[in-house]
Design a protein around this ligand. Structure first.
Ligand SMILES: Cc1ncc(COP(=O)(O)O)c(C=O)c1O
Length: 399
């Protein structure tokens, strides 16, 4: 019997660790296992590895000083720390904060906490094209705006935000600017100086690095109140014994991404175009979630709305064939609420339920895309033919 095919189309959720990353990490588990804060040779070696990684990581994102990089436990921690830590130090008694409506929950949840602590939070909506427009941010900014946080690339619909212009607008009104770069780091150019941001968050496991390591960029002089207190590691910004293998792996992963970016990004963009246009040609009542121009789309994320079917039903049928995809409607916690991201761009809830996110990466091939294009249409047609509402919603001519 043939081994069943396994096709991974969920690189935006996580990625496999690259063998070269694993090789770079290995010595730090069993041989160079010292605590980077210990004074004897084993500790000093670990410290050197940590600081060497910090320097290389800083270089990789265009930071001026290595100490602008704080290593954390994940992207979520970096996001939480940015929102809570900057506001707590810059304006401890409250003030106005702006976040976009389609941020990851790692930003939205601390934003809700800030509201409970007495801050006023504006949840700024993108337009239908999935972009936060600078004019809309300018209109929302106030004299008492402390911090603006808008993600670089959206993890569900894959749109890329005009961070440079948004950060400049925030600065003009005296506000600081944070961006969540978890989805874009290494995939498209990300240079903190070029973007002009004060703070940025990153996650190791989105770029073929290990899980459980993240980074927070804080431009020199950015006010920040530590959120994890203890032994004062990471220049007192994040206590806790550093994850040296994780940090070494994350840094190696970033360097590999940067080495490949010029070729990998157009390769993936071509696969994304082939997949989206292929699905739309083969299936009626199907479209991309936004019609923004390709320059504002992440190369690796295809976001489709397949009307009249439940995303989860498609996901499970594809899973039976060994294909892993994601749907925007059941987000991280497995809830059946329509995705807040799709709702934020004006997608009606009944359409949002039929969303499919296909995200590609280093090991995706054209053959994978061809196979997907072969198997998806019969699945959708079968589900539509069983649906009691499909005809009512789209008419018999739709099939
Ligand atoms: C945009 C964005 N921010 C933050 C995170 C959280 O990162 P982590 O899984 O490392 O906590 C993710 C991952 O799902 C993400 O896509």
């Amino acid at each position: 019997m043939d081994t069943p095919r396994r096709i991974y189309f969920d690189y935006a959720a996580t990625t496999p660790v690259d063998k070269r990353v694993m090789d770079a990490m290995m010595p730090y588990f069993m041989e160079e296992y010292g605590n980077a804060n210990s004074l004897y040779a084993l500790g000093r070696d670990a410290y050197r590895a940590l600081e060497d990684a910090r320097e290389r990581f800083a270089k990789g994102i265009g930071a001026t000083h290595p100490n602008e990089i704080t290593f954390t436990g994940c992207g979520t921690e970096s996001d939480n720390a940015a929102l809570l830590g900057i506001t707590a130090r810059k304006s401890p008694k409250g003030g106005h904060v702006i976040v976009s409506k389609f941020e990851h929950h790692a930003i939205l949840e601390p934003a809700h906490l800030l509201e409970k602590r007495g801050y006023e939070v504006t949840y700024l909506g993108p337009r239908e094209d999935g972009i936060i427009h600078v004019e809309d941010l300018v209109a929302a900014l106030r004299d008492d705006t402390v911090l603006v946080s808008i993600m670089h690339g959206n993890n569900e619909i894959g749109t890329i935000q005009p961070i440079k212009e948004l950060a400049a607008a925030a600065h003009q009104r005296g506000a600081l600017f944070h961006t969540d770069g978890a989805q874009t780091l290494g995939k498209i150019p990300f240079d903190v100086a070029e973007l002009g941001v004060d703070a940025a968050s990153f996650s190791g496991h989105k770029i073929y690095g290990p899980k459980g390591v993240g980074a927070l960029y804080l431009k020199r002089g950015t006010p920040f109140e530590p959120q994890i207190l203890g032994g004062g590691q990471e220049s007192k910004k994040r206590s806790g014994t550093q994850n040296v293998p994780g940090v070494v792996g994350f840094t190696k992963a970033l360097e590999l991404m940067l080495e490949d970016q010029a070729e990998e990004s157009p390769r993936l963009a071509a696969l994304r175009e082939k997949l989206t246009s292929g699905v739309i040609e083969r299936l009626e009542n199907t479209e991309q979630s936004t019609d923004v121009d390709p320059a504002h789309r992440m190369p690796n994320i295809a976001s489709l709305l397949i009307k009249g079917v439940e995303g989860e039903a498609m996901l499970l049928q594809l899973d039976n064939l060994g294909i892993a995809v994601s749907t925007g409607s059941a987000c991280s916690s497995g809830s059946l609420e329509p995705s807040h991201v799709l709702l934020s761009i004006g997608c009606p809830p009944e359409i949002a339920h039929g969303s499919l996110r296909v995200s590609m990466g280093r090991f995706t091939t054209e053959t994978d895309v061809d196979y997907f294009l072969e198997v998806l249409p019969p699945i959708v047609e079968r589900l539509r033919s069983m649906s009691p509402v499909y005809d009512r919603m789209f008419g018999s001519s739709a099939r």
